[in-house]
Design a protein around this ligand. Structure first.
Ligand code: HEC
Ligand code: HEC
Length: 89
């Protein structure tokens, strides 16, 4: 009886630790590796714009025939600024 209870608690703790680790992994991994919206003349005006408003301009240049096409292995590109973070002031 006591043994069973201890084991249940053990597995519950294990489960919580696992969830926390998974959550931290998912939360931390992408922003650290994905490039931010560049801070240069071209992109400066998008830094403080609403995300949805700014994203309408991205593909004017970043399209397969534009000046800076996305890399071939680019992930699904819906909502640029959720991945390429703005640096707001
Ligand atoms: C007027 C054309 C133009 C528009 C509009 C534009 N970009 Fe760019 N983008 C460029 C050019 C040119 C480069 C390469 C030079 C540089 O880094 O600025 C670039 C580079 C990038 C890079 C790569 C930076 C790096 O470090 O390699 C990212 C990410 C990016 N743009 C995201 C965006 C997003 C998101 C938007 C929409 C909010 C956007 N761009 C709108 C022209 C544009
Ligand atoms: C799901 C996340 C995600 C979304 C949404 C997304 N990107 Fe990316 N993008 C990435 C990743 C990951 C890379 C490759 C790693 C890196 O940043 O160098 C990348 C690379 C790029 C690059 C090349 C950077 C370089 O190293 O030369 C450009 C330019 C770019 N993205 C622009 C855009 C634009 C414009 C949009 C919207 C139309 C967009 N991205 C949407 C995640 C994303």
């Amino acid at each position: 009886m006591r043994y069973d209870k201890k084991r249940t608690i053990f597995y519950n703790v294990l489960f919580i630790v696992f969830c926390a680790a998974l959550f931290l992994f998912l939360w931390n991994a992408p922003p650290e590796t994905t490039k931010k919206l560049p801070q240069d003349k071209i992109h400066q005006r998008f830094q403080n714009m609403g995300k949805k408003a700014a994203e309408q301009f991205c593909e004017k240049c970043h399209n397969p025939k534009g000046e800076v096409p996305l890399p071939k292995k680019h992930p699904p590109k819906y909502r640029c600024l959720l991945c390429h973070k703005q640096t707001r002031k």
